[in-house]
Design a binder for this molecule. Structure first.
Ligand code: ADP
Ligand code: MG
Length: 263
């Protein structure tokens, strides 16, 4: 079943700049993507190709200049107020910087308690925090609950953030370069965790990255972006072994493989 879909979505920005022709940047051009239930898809492209703009349009932080966004069967493009709030709870973002996404003045437990209160969770909150920490394999959970962000590694912080997001019971996670600031050794653990989240909770995931090496670890299908266009999409294995598009070919040839070196 289809969960999230864009239909010919475009997004342009007006910029005051002498360098950019007409002062307009076309960050997305007629983008069509589809995310199915329990699926992990990848959005792959170089820096500046429009990946983060697509993520922000999907959660309606930016309104598309043209085109539509569908969640299940609903056209959500014009959602405002309460409906927008409900939609945004279902589609959660995970960001690149695990240092910026947690409040340094509060404990791990506080970070997870807040979303539980927002959703009106009415059973044992302490127990639920423990469950969520176990889910992101921060065990024993009682040990981590009282920790402050500065006492945790980057990978552990990203796990806390994931637990916080999962407390909201989303249908979709949009992970925008979620491991690119982490050490290589930690990245694989976080990507495996995303896969477990999909397997165990049935959440669909959009994994956004410039890194072709990690994309094949967790995605079934990918969309390749270039200058705001989807230049190619299909099964991840096929695209990596036999890309049709000339830009995709260049992207694959240019990709270093850091994982090979650590073997
Ligand atoms: P990526 O995430 O793939 O690196 P972005 O979506 O961040 O790419 O950016 C795509 C293009 O849109 C870039 O040219 C960027 O400069 C431009 N852009 C993104 N956000 C804005 C904004 N708020 N205002 C103006 N230009 C923007
Ligand atoms: Mg980006």
């Amino acid at each position: 079943m289809m969960i999230l879909k864009t239909e010919n979505v475009s997004k342009s920005f007006n910029v005051r700049s002498g360098i950019i022709k007409g002062g307009i940047i076309n960050a997305l051009n007629n983008v069509n993507i589809e995310l199915n239930e329990r699926e992990i898809i990848g959005i792959v492209g170089a820096s500046g190709s429009g990946k983060s703009t697509l993520a922000k349009v999907l959660v309606l932080l930016y309104r598309p200049t043209a085109g539509k966004i569908f969640y299940m069967d609903d056209d959500v493009t014009g959602y405002h107020g309460k409906r927008l709030k409900m939609y945004r709870r279902k589609i959660q973002m995970v960001f690149q910087d695990p240092y910026a996404s947690l409040d340094p003045n509060h404990t791990v437990a506080w970070h997870i308690e807040r979303p539980l209160k927002i959703t009106g969770y009415n059973r044992n909150i302490h127990e639920r925090i423990g469950e969520l920490l176990d889910m992101v394999t921060l065990s024993p959970s009682d040990y981590f609950m009282d920790k402050f962000p500065h006492q945790l590694s980057g990978g552990q912080r990203q796990r806390v953030y994931l637990a916080r997001v999962l407390a909201l019971e989303p249908q979709v996670l949009i992970a925008d370069e979620p491991v690119s600031m982490l050490d290589i050794s930690v990245r694989i653990g976080i990507l495996n965790l995303l896969k477990e989240i999909r397997d165990n909770l049935g959440i669909s995931i959009i994994y956004i990255t410039h890194d072709l090496n990690t994309v094949s670890m967790i995605t079934e299908r990918i969309y390749v972006m270039h200058n705001g266009f989807i230049v190619e999409h299909g099964a991840t294995d096929r695209i990596i072994s036999n890309p049709y598009d000339s830009y995709t070919k260049r992207l694959i040839e240019a990709a270093p493989n850091p994982y090979r070196r650590i073997e």
